[in-house]
Design a protein around this ligand. Structure first.
Ligand code: T5A
Ligand code: NA
Length: 215
């Protein structure tokens, strides 16, 4: 029940990876498992397509509207910034927030376009210092060919094998950053879930106790 065991801050857990790598599946399963253990946890996703900015993003992803690479990057960033206060008050209030994509997606997808001037420093500079940083980023790594065979691939703008390969390269570079955990996303859904659960419980406990995350 919410409220019970809510002293200390909530953990901020992010899932990242190429399209169809299993982020939604795993992030939702993690929230269910945490709640079963009595942890006050919420599932969030970006892009949040329900806001005004989110509707513009949705129309861009569906291929109904084109825009400049810097403009769409800024819209994805604005979509996170408009939820920043709510996110921070959840975490401060002791709720663990599990996010299906975050600013790291913005960086990976924009950098994959190799547009001059839109490098990592620009991508992260736009929002990096203004948004809370995740305690852990679970990077679901799977060959793009495998993910492409999963249901629904090809429906949206970025779901093209050649582009996903570039996104995967960008993620490989980002995954060297602090707090990233690379996971083998070719495992079965249940095997991957068990691995994530064990790790995430330690993160939740460390955040609650105000200890550094040491896994
Ligand atoms: N984007 C996003 C940006 O460019 N900039 C940004 O700042 C942000 C936030 C939409 C697009 O926007 C881009 C990235 C995206 O191209 P989205 O709405 O999150 O982002 O869309 P996707 O990432 O494409 O989400 P998907 O739903 O396609 O992929 P998931 O969540 O990784 O995969 P999931 O869990 O839905 O699983 C896909 C299928 O595979 C099966 C599932 O059952 C499902 O059918 N599956 C497995 N099958 C076998 N073994 C496993 N281990 C499996 N795990 C899942
Ligand atoms: Na998803």
């Amino acid at each position: 029940m919410a409220g019970a065991g809510n002293e200390g801050r909530g953990a901020f857990i992010v899932f990242e990876g190429c399209d169809r790598s299993g982020k939604t599946t795993q992030s939702k399963k993690l929230v269910a498992a945490l709640r079963e253990k009595g942890v006050d946890a919420e599932w969030w996703r970006f892009p949040d397509r329900t806001t005004g900015v989110g509707r513009l993003i949705d129309s861009y992803l569906a291929g109904k509207q084109d825009t400049e690479d810097d403009v769409i990057h800024l819209l994805f960033a604005a979509n996170r910034l408009e939820k920043k206060q709510e996110l921070m008050s959840k975490l401060e209030g002791g709720t663990t927030v599990v996010l299906d994509r975050y600013a790291q997606s913005g960086a990976a997808f924009t950098m994959a376009k190799a547009t001059p001037g839109l490098d990592l420093a620009w991508c992260m500079g736009v929002e990096g210092s203004r948004l809370p940083a995740p305690d852990v980023v679970y990077f679901l790594k799977a060959p793009v060919e495998m993910a492409a065979e999963r249901g629904g691939f090809g429906d949206e703008r970025y779901e093209v094998l050649e582009f996903q390969r570039k996104v995967a390269d960008c993620y490989m570079n980002l995954s060297k950053m602090e707090g990233w955990r690379e996971l083998d996303a070719t495992q079965t859904i249940d095997a991957l879930h068990l691995e994530i659960c064990k790790d995430a419980m330690k993160v939740v406990e460390a955040c609650k106790a105000g200890r550094p995350i040491d896994l």
